[in-house]
Design a protein around this ligand. Structure first.
Ligand code: KG4
Ligand code: ZN
Length: 339
């Protein structure tokens, strides 16, 4: 079965053609980050307009790359939420029209479940049950995944998402948006031991996160050391990243031990952070746990993960109707559909 995946929840317009849920025939992403960079974050109205311009060319390109014709597509899967409403509407409405005119089935995919499914698109895949971290600009969620269709939310951020914290720290130092990759590169030149930022673990048994405290601590430090900021930037980046990684590592390993499973899969834009992956892998190994990360292109937003999740929903006959709407905030629902 060949599924066309469409993703447009934030600032990436993406299309992919995936066969039988895990063979990527093509995956195309048109990123808007260069445009949003000058505003220091995503401007929703601009994002929607850019999705309108990009959606058809991106799908054409995906078909061309996969060497497929439009009538070889068996089903269409598009992100239904959570995300920016105007942005979601472009991809999901396009998918509705596409399904209607081609007379094929449509499924509306939960973006977070899509990220979880990016773990199934590698050569080495985690085995059930496993712990999945979705760490992006909008979410920091820990799930217990014990089948293709069951995702138990164990913990989430109570304030900023971890990617958002990277972006804000980058902005504070005048390094622009998005900040994750910039901070990671800068941290390589700094010493994480020079500045000790706070680690917020919340309650001992909680799998929730809080990143607003560390963000404020970084801001305070920057304000107090304005004169030497250029010299301190790399140490600030290293200190910030080390604190964030410590918290993520601890919670993930605890969640895995709590559920007595042995596999941890990390996904989302922040999973592209090589330092995070290496350190988590090293610490997890001490407990006999194995860590999985998708290739870089599949960590961030993409449509292959949406097609992969959509394939399973098509098999389950978990179809979307044409009167289904998009949704901005996540409803915790294992089917991925809004209640
Ligand atoms: O999953 P994603 O592409 O989009 C959302 O759904 O949000 O994640 C984007 C986020 C941004 O906040 C970006 O700064 C962060 O992922 N990110 C990183 C890295 N690369 C991207 N954070 C830390 N280290 C990185 N190397
Ligand atoms: Zn995402």
């Amino acid at each position: 079965m060949i599924v066309l995946g469409i993703e447009s929840s934030c600032d990436e317009t993406a299309a992919a053609l995936v066969e039988n849920g895990n063979i990527i025939l093509s995956s195309v992403v048109a990123s808007q980050t260069a445009t949003h960079h000058k505003y220091g974050g995503v401007v929703p109205e601009i994002a929607s307009r850019m999705h309108i311009e990009a959606i058809v060319p991106v799908i054409d390109k995906a078909l061309l790359k996969a060497k497929l014709s439009i009538d070889q597509i068996d089903g269409v899967a598009a992100t239904r939420g959570p995300g920016l409403i105007g942005a979601l509407l472009i991809g999901f409405s396009f998918a509705k029209a596409f399904a209607y005119t081609r007379d094929i089935k449509l499924v509306g995919v939960n973006h977070l479940e899509g990220h979880i499914y990016s773990s199934f698109l590698s050569e080495n895949v985690p085995v059930f049950p496993f712990i999945s971290l979705v760490a992006s600009g909008g979410h920091t969620n820990i799930y217990y995944v014990d089948s293709y269709d069951s995702f138990e939310l164990m913990g989430q951020t109570r304030d900023d998402a971890v990617g958002e914290a990277f972006d804000k720290v980058s902005k504070m130092m005048g390094l622009g948006y998005p900040g994750g990759h910039v901070i990671e590169e800068l941290a390589k030149k700094g010493n994480s031991k020079n500045i000790n930022f706070p680690r917020s673990y919340l309650d001992k048994d909680s799998f929730d996160f809080s990143f607003s405290g560390i963000k404020s601590a970084v801001l305070r430090y920057i304000t107090e050391h304005k004169e030497n900021l250029d010299l301190l930037k790399s140490d600030i980046a290293a200190g910030f990243q080390a604190a964030v990684i410590d918290v993520l590592k601890t919670k993930l390993i605890n969640a895995c031990l709590d559920k007595q499973c042995t596999n941890i899969a990390i996904t989302g834009g922040v999973a592209a952070n090589q330092t995070f992956y290496e350190q988590l892998k090293k610490d997890a190994f001490k407990y006999g746990l194995k860590v999985f990360v998708p290739i870089k292109e599949l960590c961030g937003d993409n449509a292959a993960m949406i097609a992969a999740r959509g394939y399973r929903m098509l098999l389950n006959k978990n179809y979307s109707e044409f009167n289904h709407d998009v949704f901005s905030r996540n409803k915790i629902d294992s089917t991925g559909l809004k209640k």
